[in-house]
Write a new protein. Sequence first.
Length: 171
Amino acid sequence: MQEWTGQEWIVPVLVVALALAALGLLVLLARERARTARELRAAHAEAVALRAQVDEIERRLTAPAAQAGPRAHPEYVITQLGGSERTAGEREASVPSRVDGALFADLVLRETVVRAASLTHGLRRALAAETRHRIRFEVRRETRAARKQRRRDLRDLARQSRSRGAAADAA
């Protein structure tokens, strides 16, 4: 039998160590894949449960509307969201046929007061000293930056002109 001396034993030890490391990595990979598969199954189950809840909520919300029949329209509508997706019949049903003078005056007065109040608030904010100072500061800063940029452009043009003149003189 041959006795191992010197460096002859290093190669088999390294092969065994690499084999053990590869085996360890395979075990870790298998565990990670199993954990990921479990989490994926749990996520799918949760998604199915949430989808069922959403379907149940939609069913509950649409059931009373279907049982109640057509909704009663309000007497007047000041503003609307959504646009012109309604049919002509729905538009006619939402507009009252006759509005008495007191209601009309009340509507006009309310809308006018709301608009005047919002305009006053906007003007008060726009004309505040803090806003004016901030605007003045921004205008000054932009003006200075524009001057610096013009100076840089003029220097670049002068430099290009000199280089063209020197090239023309050399030719």
